[in-house]
Design a protein around this ligand. Structure first.
Ligand code: ACM
Ligand code: ZN
Length: 768
């Protein structure tokens, strides 16, 4: 072979192999790619030699899916009708572990092996992912050729509990939407749906013995508008809101999920988050006073009182719940239960005495243990949020660790099963992209990459303790998620990253491969009409300080196939603008605008970032009165070039104290300065008030300061959530030390829930 022909041959061979990129999420444990392909057509038999009804159901699901193409109506056969025909064989092999499967595709046959229906089901999910994304369309295009690459796949899950949660109390989602949610879970091999059915803002499951739970408890008079902290005073929409599932509908969800090998775990919250139940049946609370279903978010003092009458009620409720949900687990909540009512309640105090409990935490533990005993007596187990550790863990409880991983570590060390759901990585109500481009979220920042990076087994656990980490779960709380499309936006595609965390062995995870697979994964969501977020295409940035107060900006997207174009002069960039290649050096304040493109098309929103560069960029400074809740993310928060967002307090430095607030900066040498500017965030509902007055002091020795400038901001103080950025210009002065003193705005008394010392929130100090 001449070298040219050899080259062409190699090229052709490679392109034959590579025309199928193996793009499976979650990624299987072992894949071998071979040459060739299998085409499903009317020369193909689908064979199940022997299988139980569950396996027959799974194979029928597969046949239903592919029957719309291929020129033939496929049926399950027990053997090949003719030796010359091709075959897809589903073969029972008892030695396979639960949920595991093996696929071998050659040009003449596909052999699928598993021991159980769930293994065959996951094998089929994997096959679907080898087809073009439109396999997920309800009706396949007749032209779609069902071609599969010749591969061999051995696969099994890392964790047995692979969960996704949905809060239907804060907002209600229809049976159809939940089915869509379950469909998307199944595609990604998730197997537990945690259905948060009750909370302060609505009771959502029909209980026949207590009809008021849904007649009264499923409806609230109105709903808070905007973010909890957005308006001061808070505003409401004056529109009744409600909804619940009948028991028949809940059973339909259970059935639909089971067909997809998903177990539905119902959550009935207790003893806290119980206002909707108490609104329906006031005898359940300590005060027994009539209350309303909550109309805003948060943690409320009215909780279940642990009297015998309450237990009778809860046992009746759980009895009906258990009859609807065959799940091994019943989730009983247990989180965020204030003890204030219990402290003042005579009945509660008597129970504490009678049972020799230490205090109200002991009473919470008594509550959970008594419920556990009942649930266990019905042959089921409880899961509780990690607060159930406080005051002593119920003997057989599984712990869902949400306030970080510490609760999970403690529970695993004590020999309890644990499901990891730390807010840092698993809360999909958090922002997933630049808050300025996103719909209002509760807060936080949990982008796709962070979800992907999650490791459910903490390094602190030894091999034996690690066995108690049975899996993890993404939680979707819906305070700020009112519509189906928004629910889908927050949940997907972060679920894809979580699926890979849960299914794929840590050693087989690869963020670069995952990113390359994302465009097709987004196509899958699109074909299923799921409004997955496209934040994957958005520009992100990191910034770091260089010598001489220059800043270095790194721009990137998660999409490895995109190019970024930018401008620094305020004009809108297009793909003729400057192409971003590597680090961008910022040596003056600029307005950066950037746009990502792929295949010549715009991707994601325009990225707009004002960058502040000054004589103190990247330098250290000192502040007094630092509030530990608001550290701004780093010790350079005030000089990192980035102005905080109006949507979160993540980037803001908060100062609280009795005296005035100060930021002190020391230059290396005498320096001429003439202007200072500073951003201040006004958030009255968080006690974040604008300072009434700023005074600038300078000094050459750090001992003797003189007043250099003054700015009165009294007229800027506002009830709105907004940023101001005053600039103070003064006669140029040589100085070594600069002290910016903010007059303390004093006590904040306008909000009966949040009264206390005001907080000054500042970001990005510039001195020139
Ligand atoms: C929780 O997020 N309160 C469990
Ligand atoms: Zn009580």
């Amino acid at each position: 072979m001449t070298s040219l022909r050899k080259f062409l041959f190699v090229l052709l061979t490679l392109s034959t192999i590579n025309c199928f990129s193996i793009n499976i999420i979650p990624y299987p444990q072992q894949i071998t790619k071979n040459n060739g392909q299998f085409i499903i057509d009317n020369q193909t038999d689908i064979i199940l030699e022997n299988g139980n009804p569950a396996i027959k159901m799974v194979v029928s699901q597969f046949i239903d899916k592919i029957n719309t193409v291929g020129g033939s109506v496929f049926k399950i056969k027990t053997e090949k009708s003719n030796q010359s025909r091709k075959s897809i064989v589903f073969q029972l092999v008892d030695s396979f572990k639960n949920e595991s499967y093996h696929i071998q595709i050659t040009p003449r046959s596909i052999l699928i092996q598993a021991a159980k229906a769930n293994g065959f089901f996951y094998a089929i999910q994997t096959l679907y992912q080898l087809f073009p994304a439109n396999i997920y369309a309800n009706k396949l295009n007749k032209q779609t050729k069902l071609t599969l690459p010749c591969v061999e796949i051995s696969d099994y899950p890392r964790f047995k509990y692979r969960g996704l949660h949905l809060d239907v109390s804060r907002h209600f989602f229809s049976v159809n939407e939940i089915k869509k949610y379950l469909d998307a879970m199944a595609v990604r091999k998730l197997n537990r749906f945690h259905w948060h059915l009750t909370d302060d803002q609505g009771w959502r499951i029909e209980i026949k013995k207590y009809p008021l739970l849904t007649q009264i408890g499923s409806r609230r008079d109105e709903t808070l508008i905007g973010h909890y902290y957005q308006n001061f005073p808070q505003k409401y929409d004056n529109t009744p809101y409600g909804g619940f599932y009948t028991q028949d509908e809940a059973r339909e969800i259970v059935r639909y999920a089971a067909e997809r090998f998903i177990t539905v775990i119902p959550e009935i919250e207790m003893p806290g988050h119980a206002m909707a139940a108490i609104a329906a049946y006031p005898f359940l609370s300590c005060t027994q006073e009539k209350i309303k279903v909550a109309t805003k978010w948060g943690i409320f003092e009215d909780v279940f009182c642990p009297r015998d009458t309450t237990f009778s009620f809860l046992q009746d409720v759980l009895t009906e719940v258990i009859s609807i949900f065959p799940s091994e687990y019943i989730h009983i909540g247990g989180d965020e239960c204030p003890k204030t009512r219990w402290e003042k309640c005579e009945d509660c105090q008597n129970i504490i005495k009678t049972h020799n409990l230490i205090d109200e935490h002991g009473l919470q533990s008594y509550f959970v243990q008594r419920i556990e005993k009942f649930v266990n007596s019905k042959g089921r187990k409880i899961i509780g949020w990690d607060e159930i550790l406080e005051g002593g863990l119920a003997p057989n409880a599984t712990v869902m660790s949400w306030r970080g991983i510490q609760g999970g570590i403690e529970a695993a060390k004590a020999g309890h099963d644990v499901i990891m759901t730390p807010g840092t990585h698993c809360y999909f109500d958090h922002y997933q992209g630049n808050p300025d481009t996103q719909p209002i979220a509760i807060g936080g920042f949990t982008p796709l990459s962070k979800v992907y990076s999650f490791e459910p087994v903490p390094a602190e656990l030894n091999a034996n303790e690690s066995k108690y980490i049975i899996g993890a779960q993404a939680n979707v709380w819906t305070e700020y998620i009112a519509s189906d499309s928004h629910l889908e936006y927050m949940t997907f595609p972060r679920v894809s990253a979580m699926a890979e965390v849960l299914w794929t062995l840590a050693a087989n995870k690869d963020w670069n491969r995952f990113k390359q697979n994302m465009p097709k994964e987004i196509d899958r969501y699109n074909v299923q009409n799921i409004n997955a977020a496209k934040v994957f295409y958005e520009i992100q940035s990191t910034i770091k300080a260089l010598e001489n107060n220059k800043l270095e900006l790194v721009l990137f997207t998660d999409n490895p196939f995109s190019k970024i174009y930018y401008t620094l002069d305020g004009t809108i960039p297009n793909n003729n603008s400057k192409l971003y290649k590597s680090n961008l050096i910022i040596d003056k304040s600029v307005l950066l605008k950037a746009q990502a493109y792929a295949n010549g098309k715009k991707q994601g929103p325009l990225y707009v970032k004002p960058l502040i560069q000054s004589k103190i960029s990247g330098e250290k400074y000192k502040v007094n009165n630092l509030n530990s809740w608001y550290k701004g993310g780093s010790e350079f928060a005030l000089t990192n070039g980035i102005i905080g967002s109006t949507k979160t307090t993540n980037d803001w430095v908060g100062l609280t104290g009795d005296n005035d607030h100060e930021v002190l900066y020391e230059f290396d040498k005498l320096t001429l300065i003439k202007e200072i500017s500073i951003g201040i965030l006004s958030v009255p509902s968080l006690r974040g008030l604008i300072s009434p007055e700023i005074n600038i002091f300078t000094s050459t020795d750090g001992n003797n300061y003189s007043q250099t400038a003054n700015l009165n901001l009294q007229n800027e103080i506002t009830n709105e959530w907004k940023i101001i950025r005053p600039k103070i210009i003064f006669t140029p002065i040589q100085t070594k030390f600069v002290k910016v003193v903010f007059k303390n705005a004093g006590m904040f008394t306008g909000n009966n829930q949040k009264n206390g010392k005001s907080i000054l929130l500042i970001d990005e100090l510039s001195i020139n």
